[in-house]
Design a protein around this ligand. Sequence first.
Ligand code: HEM
Length: 157
Amino acid sequence: MIWDNKNNDYIFVKKTQRIMTDKQISLVKNSWVDVVAHVSEAGQIFYENFFALAPETKSLFTGDSKEQQRKLIMAVTLIFTKINRIENIKDEIKYLSKKHKGYGVKANYFESFGKAFVKMVGSILTERKMWNAEMQEAWTAIYNAVAQAMVENMKEA
Ligand code: HEM
């Protein structure tokens, strides 16, 4: 995913980036705490971003209380911090893929979800002067690796 200055938006590169560098992993691990510290704000920004991009997914989120939104952001963010190699979270990916299939999540929602998520992280970390191109690429790479593993598992499940 790259930042498109002209349209002021993120663009996903077609072929999902699978490789995460050690540097990218440590950038995410060192900044997730700042996202989680502002989790209410993060939740609000994420859902606004995501539903603007994919309004048809609103009905899938049955737990729409603020508390549940907060929990979801915590859970999603936590997964990214557990990554050293995608193989290390194989069981978690398997469990999540099955659950998401049950929620009615389709593979094509992952792109909007990723855009909304990285944009939200960008908003939070920009306020803390922690956001730059390297950080954006790091969060994108980690998101893409997890998303791709989930989509592959959902096909098999
Ligand atoms: C890398 C991508 C994603 C990760 C890591 C992720 C992670 C999670 C986690 C940890 C939960 C809580 C599961 C539990 O109850 O144990 C969850 C719930 C959920 N996720 Fe995802 N998710 C991702 C992508 C998506 C996408 C693309 C959608 C599309 C709409 C989605 C929709 C949902 C829904 C509807 C729930 C149930 C929560 C509710 O009803 O409020 N997720 N997700």
